[in-house]
Design a protein around this ligand. Sequence first.
Ligand SMILES: [Zn+2]
Length: 420
Amino acid sequence: MQALTVSLSLVAALAASQAVKFWLAGRQARSVQAHRGAVPPPFDKQISLTAHQRAADYTLARLRFGMATETVGAVLLLAWTLLGGLDALNTWVRDALQPQYGDLVYQLALVAAFSVIGGLIDLPLEWLRVFRLEQRFGFNRMTQKLFFTDLAKGTALSIAIGLPLVATVLWVMRATGEFWWLWAWGLWVGFALLMQVIVPIWIAPWFNKFEPLTDNAMAERVQALMTRCGFTAKGLFVMDGSTRSSHVNAYFGGMGRSKRVVLFDTLLRRLGGREVEAVLAHELGHFHHKHILFMMLRGFAATLVAFAALGWLARQPAFYAGLGVQPNLQAANDALALLLFLLATPPFLYFLSPLSARWSRRNEFEADAYACAQTDGADLASALLKLHEDNGSTLTPDPVYARFYYSHPPASERLAALPG
Ligand SMILES: [Zn+2]
């Protein structure tokens, strides 16, 4: 493998992925703009023109914002790699720390410094997203104080969980020989499984309140549904999503005793009892069809491929030289290999996103079908429309854009698939 080949591949993948992103965003924008004037049938009975136009404007604003952040990301990637940013950071951290504190401290500091710089660049973008974009359309409920409290908590978690994990990975890379990537993968799988249990029980409650349903009539209705579906009674929670955003949502997650369905308080306020039941049945459908399990297994398979690729790439001098970094293959080099890999792969992986989006859409159809078998399809349909409206989702996406990105089927396809 030649260094020049590596450089050219990265530039080609980055240019191609950026071109596709802009092309798709342009298509989506044109489709939304073209249908802005009138609510398309069959939605014109339920959705007002005002709501439709707000969704259109919100979608367009998000597309523009997304393209701006994509451009920042592409420039950053080039700055880190071919323009020598990571090499300079590595040299600086190594010279400052390695002689005195040794390999592990130097490598951890490199990962930490890289993460801090990345975080500082992301911070203003996220602030703009919340306090300009979401605010402008009336979706934001977050105060400045909450924003920065979340940031502090997130940082504390990265230090408490991320740093020991990276240290262990670095140790495994060093200590387990040629097949280190297999061990590292095993470690990753163990970590991911542990997080499945820890996140819902310990971490999510640090950011949000999770409470049982208080409305008795609703609780009875929900209890009857869960019994019918064979879902354990403890697994339903209401989350105070309204402290951050007025967006409406429900999700499922966890495994074993941490298995749960979470309904946002915003959803309970917006939907009637029968609609809530239909949405809950949809979430239970994800459990019934073991979607979370398959999603995890798919993720594990993908990480195995990624670790194997890294295992091979990390030994190729051209991998480093081609990405603008001077390696030190005789000594501690693992953190550098990890960071380069994490930086350079997204433009290539971007082209796989339609596959996972398609998989996800298929799951949504299955969960919808399950919900219709357990509850009334008409309730699910009206609930889905309200969710669409409250989230400012467009009813007229570009078909190619939706195929490429949408994790949930467009409203028209989803409603068409419901019986009745
Ligand atoms: Zn779903």
